[in-house]
Design a binder for this molecule. Structure first.
Ligand code: BGC
Length: 343
């Protein structure tokens, strides 16, 4: 499939290292980027949005090119997002950055973009490969979900290896855990769940699952589930493995309400509220995607596409299509010397 894509690109006389804009255009002094967020109230997506706004200002200053970000909230509706894409195209956006509502259903967006000749940088919610292979001006920016999960598992494995009593709280040789999962259709939920647990097993942590549930990335849903579990399984839960920080915070909210202490909670994202919980010793650790790098890749790739310039060398693409954002473990020991808010 990839080969076919390269051939198509070559046949169209498009340089393989470049993201050619519409041909024959004068040198541009301004670019307009149409951005649609699957949900504007998602904490992680908001963190990326703030960074992107900063990167756009920095790009304007550095390059002397005016950057207009047209940011829209699809509010969880794919048809709203499709309409936003239609509007972006009619407004003459040079490139689109799309955080798809339904990652399995990006085909209408791709059809519209291809017809209009407007490149698309998808992010965070990965369209299926078949869709991504339809055109050589489709890109994806996100984190490698398996890497995230292995790093999350490592936080607990490291603690268990150094101080087993800090993880196996009742000392019965078994670590009883509950699992909070994100949306069932999101690539990150499925892969994170599988590989976090696998990493705990591989690392020799004697885990036993008490229960688990889908809280759709949301703090309030996770809080309700955890409240229920704490009353169903009193004094049993020793570890909460959460697919993201917001749900980890929901679990902590429920634990605070129930007066449950000592349970270890691990998250993913390194969001601002997540890092505050880390500082307050409520969260054992999290895995943080480098937000500056994430937004920098989006800005530079989108701008290169809009201007028809070579793709930015600082953000190398896998298979000419995917950029994987670097991630790191944050625990209190590593975190104490950091200024979290700048991450
Ligand atoms: C993040 C979640 C976020 C979701 C949105 C995931 O990668 O970890 O916090 O809610 O993306 O798509």
């Amino acid at each position: 499939m990839r080969g076919r894509k390269i051939l198509l690109a070559a046949a169209a006389c498009i340089a393989l290292t470049g993201c050619q804009g519409r041909t024959g255009e004068e040198e541009k002094s301004s670019i307009r980027i149409g951005i649609s967020l699957y949900r504007g109230d998602d904490t992680f997506i908001n963190n990326i949005r703030w960074e992107l706004e900063e990167k756009a200002k920095e790009y304007e200053r550095r390059r002397g090119i005016k950057v207009t970000l047209d940011i829209q909230d699809a509010k969880g509706s794919q048809s709203t997002q499709n309409n936003q894409v239609e509007r972006f195209v009619s407004l003459g956006c040079d490139v689109l950055c799309i955080n798809p509502v339904d990652r399995m259903d990006a085909s209408l967006i791709i059809d519209r973009a291809m017809t209009a000749g407007v490149p698309v940088v998808f992010f965070n919610r990965q369209p299926v490969e078949e869709d991504m292979n339809r055109w050589d001006r489709l890109y994806y920016i996100g984190v490698d979900a398996r890497e995230t999960a292995v790093l999350q598992g490592k936080i607990v494995v490291d603690l268990y290896q150094n101080r087993p009593e800090a993880v196996d709280l009742d000392g019965d040789g078994v670590v009883s855990y509950v699992l909070l999962e994100g949306e069932s259709s999101h690539q990150d939920s499925l892969i994170r769940t599988e590989w976090s647990i696998q990493t705990l097993k591989d690392g020799g942590v004697p885990i036993e699952k008490i229960t688990g549930g889908i809280a759709n990335w949301e703090r309030s849903q996770a809080s309700a589930l955890t409240e229920q579990w704490l009353s169903e399984y009193p004094d049993t839960i020793e570890l909460v493995v959460s697919n993201n920080d917001d749900m980890a915070l929901g679990a902590i909210d429920a634990m605070d309400r129930a007066g449950a202490e000592g349970i270890n909670v691990v998250g993913i994202d390194g969001t601002i509220p997540g890092l505050e919980a880390l500082e307050n010793k409520k969260l054992l650790g999290t895995v943080s995607a480098n937000k500056e790098n994430y937004a920098g890749a989006m800005m530079e790739l989108a701008a290169a596409c809009a201007l028809g310039e070579d793709l930015p060398a600082a953000y190398p693409l896998t298979d000419g299509t995917y950029y994987w954002v670097p991630q790191e473990i944050l625990t209190l020991d590593q975190g104490e010397s950091r200024d979290f808010k700048e991450n």
